[in-house]
Design a protein around this ligand. Sequence first.
Ligand code: PXP
Length: 252
Amino acid sequence: MAGQGRLRLGVNIDHVATVRNARGSVWPEPLRAALLAEAAGADGITAHLREDRRHIRDGDIAALKAALSIPLNFECAATDEMARIALETRPHAVCLVPEKREERTTEGGLDVAGDQARLTEYLKPLRDAGCRVSMFIGHDARQIEASAAIGAAVVELHTGLYSELHAEGRFDEAEEELEGLRQGARLAHSLGLEVHAGHGLTFDNVDPIAAMPEVMELNIGHFLIGESIFRGLGPTIEEMRRRMDMARGGAV
Ligand code: PXP
């Protein structure tokens, strides 16, 4: 049933690797951040292995899988190379995202409806390997229905537009986008999909997303890593946890 259980927090550690790679060195280590996040109450760790390896690298994925005792959510584009790595790694979850080389971050959701036949085949070996496969999509009904049709276990609803509108003070439009996300969450849940959400979430905008009863997990990265410069990673994660629990009605 929607709203049962505690809302999970997946911490995305990509941008620890961004800082490491800026100097071409080995420090700061994404694995160390992941273990700290685990100790601070993260329910899972997300890492996006991009085709261009701009942040997370293959060795990071292997190290995370070997050392974590909480679930690893492997985020990737639906390519043959990534399927091979996912099958070697066998993470708890695989989140499929659209990827463009020139983008700064994941812009927009995956077009599941437009690639249904290929994605149906793509998912099969991942599912057989025991991975929960998630589609990172916008909240439109077509994409949600297509995700259910291809046999995905999870949809992650893209909160990037809502986050941008909120940050720009365009609150009426942000509210409209939120309503779309609410309807999408309800539809996905009614089709038997587990609902996650993420992108651009911060202390200031997380409450209405966390309050959606169908949403079972939030994946948050950039803000948590940035804020940890000021507060430290553990306290930043603890504060996000507190806000999520409060938005959920104080339930833990
Ligand atoms: N979920 C997905 C599928 C993403 O691609 C990203 C960004 O890598 C996030 C969540 C986290 O977004 P942010 O870093 O803005 O919190």
